[in-house]
Every structure is written in C-alpha cells, then in structure tokens.
Design a protein around this ligand. Structure first.
Ligand code: PMP
Length: 334
C-alpha cells in the first residue's frame, strides 16, 4: 500500500509547469513552481514544519503548548496542519485586509483567529505584531514561531525549495523570481541556488525579488497596497538583501490582471502574489536568450481570493478592470 502517515508528511516536492500563453514574445523558458500543491495549499507549509520541529527539539515548544503567530493565513494553515497531529493549540493574529475566506479556513482547521486593523503603525498597541506579542505573554505555554525573524524559515527553503528547483531543472535554471513577504523564500532558495551554481560555466543563478509598489523592499515608504502576503513596511531579519540581485516593483493593477490571466490562459488558479511574481518574471525575462530558464515561485491558490481578485465588482471598485488597450502589463513588457 502506498500512503502517507500524515498529511504533513506530504509537504514539498511541488512540480514545475511551463507557462505558455502569458509569455508571448519571450524567448526564454518560464517555469512556474506550483506551491498550492502543498497539503495546506501554500509555500508556507514548508516553514511551518521546519519551525515547529526545531522548536520541539530545542524545548521552546512543549507538549500541550499554544502556537501564537501573526499570519495572513497561509503560515497559519501550515502551522495548524502540523499542530493538529502533535496536539498543540493555535491562535492566529491577522490584519483586517485579509479576506474572510482566509480567516474561515484557519477556523476550519481548529484555530482561533484574532483580527487587527491594517491602517496602524507596527508599534501601535493594536497592530498585529503588538497584539501577538501580548497574547504570547498572556497565554500559558505559548510559543511564537515569529516567521519574520525565525532563521528556520529561510533554512526550510535552503533545504527543500532550492534543491527541488536545481534537481528538476537539471541544474539549468538561470534566474529565480519570488515575491518577498518575510523574505524567507527568496533568501533561503536564493542562497542555495547561488551556492550550487557558483562555479558553473555560464554563471551563477540570478535572484530576483518581486515586491508590491509602495513596499520597502523596492524603495517604497510602506504605504498600503492590496496584494496579500508580500511587501512590508519594515525590514524583517528573515530577509537577507545580499541574497537578492534585483527587486522589481509591481502595481496592484498589474498583479491582479496577471493573476486573472494565469487562471484563464494557463489553467492556474493562483493568488495575487503569484500574478505579481509572474509580472516581475516576464519583465526580467523580456530580453533574455532562448536558453535562459527562469523559475518563478507561485505561493498559493486563487481559492482564497474569489471574493476579491476574481470578483468583477470588487475589481471595478478599485478601477482594476481594464480593457486590453488600457493594460499596462503588455506595455511594460514590450
Ligand atoms: N505570497 C503569499 C500569498 C504569502 O502568504 C507569502 C508569505 N507571507 C509570500 C507570498 C511571501 O513569502 P515569504 O514570506 O517567504 O517572503
């Protein structure tokens, strides 16, 4: 019989899929790494597993403990999966811009969800960072993984995402593109791919971050944007800018337009940060030769965004419904 002992044992080993339609006019091969194939539906299952295992081993997380984390949803699902098997409770703190769908998913996994305002500074007592710190102090046996500072985030990508990409491309990957939230994905994967390709003929893998316009990684002030899970208004220690060759800023409008095209043209129902990463990948690839292999990581599924990105009324209310001749995605590409 072939079966897994537990759903959490199926984290990682996600497939690469070639993009065929949105890449029109581009000579390079663009491969998408489909992280919604993880059991919790996102890339974050990887860091959840590694952070919990390490905290158990170090004694920080004890039997019967409570995991408290500020999370926009995906890390929560990953943590909830791992926690269930091992008997931990979960309390997740998320900003109010996170969709109701995503909050309900966390509750479905048995977690408690605390919602905080988005429009306050990180040091405000009601911010989701401060609220989670307070809960950690108040709950007995609480442990905060702190994905923004936990070195096991980047480590999980160094150990899994990086080697998977290298192996699946037979060492032919030339560029790696990923959105930057905590920075864990790009830092860990980027470090591995750079190291393994360092002495290669043809040069080291180029690592490219994708960032919402307004976020600090691409030089913004941290002003609000609507793409979820990426961009920041501070510099987390999980992000090592030395591992990144270039950061490309992408607008909400372009991110969402591409997200919808990925569903319609590529059969990939993915989230807004995936559309953002693909726009950055196409901009990075526009002048590359045919032998370039660009891997772009797509963090999650579009199922959590049906009432937003895939809802025409929501899109129109922000002026994001554009006709083909109004689109700036194509304009910026060619
Ligand atoms: N996209 C989504 C939807 C996410 O939830 C996250 C994680 N915050 C990211 C992208 C960015 O990943 P990382 O935190 O590893 O930079």
């Amino acid at each position: 019989m072939k079966y897994a002992e537990h759903i959490a044992d199926l984290v990682g080993n996600t497939p690469l899929v070639k993009l065929n339609s949105v890449t029109e006019g581009i000579a390079a091969t663009i491969l998408a790494k489909i992280e919604y194939m993880n059991p919790g539906g996102s890339v974050k299952d990887r860091i959840a597993l590694k952070m919990v295992e390490t905290a158990e081993a170090s004694g920080e997380l004890k039997p019967g403990g409570t995991i408290v984390e500020p999370t926009s949803g995906n890390t929560g699902v990953g943590l909830a999966l791992v926690a269930q098997r091992r008997g931990y409770k979960c309390v997740f703190v998320c900003p109010d811009k996170v969709s109701q769908d995503k909050r309900d998913v966390l509750k479905a996994y048995g977690a408690e969800v605390v919602v905080c305002p988005t429009a306050v500074a990180p040091d405000h007592p009601d911010s989701y960072y401060q609220t989670s710190d307070r809960l950690v102090r108040e709950i007995d046996g609480a442990w905060k993984p702190n994905q923004y500072a936990n070195p096991m985030g980047p480590a999980s990508h160094y150990e899994s995402t990086g080697p998977e990409i290298w192996d699946d491309t037979d060492g032919l990957v030339t560029h790696f593109v990923a959105g930057v939230g905590t920075g864990g994905t790009i830092t860990g994967t980027g470090r591995y791919l750079r190291e393994v390709s360092d002495t290669r003929e043809g040069g080291r893998v180029r690592v490219i971050g994708a960032d919402p316009e307004g976020s600090v990684y691409s030089g913004g002030t941290g002003r609000p944007y609507l793409v979820e899970g990426v961009g920041e208004d501070f510099w987390p220690t999980a992000y090592d800018p030395k591992m990144v060759d270039e950061v490309i800023a992408v607008s909400d409008a372009d991110s969402f337009e591409m997200t919808r095209r990925l569903a319609k043209e590529e059969g990939l129902l993915v989230g807004g940060s995936c559309g953002m990463a693909v726009v950055a990948a196409l901009r990075a690839a526009k002048d590359l030769p045919a032998d370039a292999v660009v891997v772009v990581l797509l963090p999650d599924s579009g199922r959590g965004y049906m009432s937003k990105i895939f809802n025409d009324d929501w899109m129109s209310s922000y002026g994001f419904m554009r006709s083909a001749d109004q689109s700036t995605v194509g304009e910026l590409l060619h």
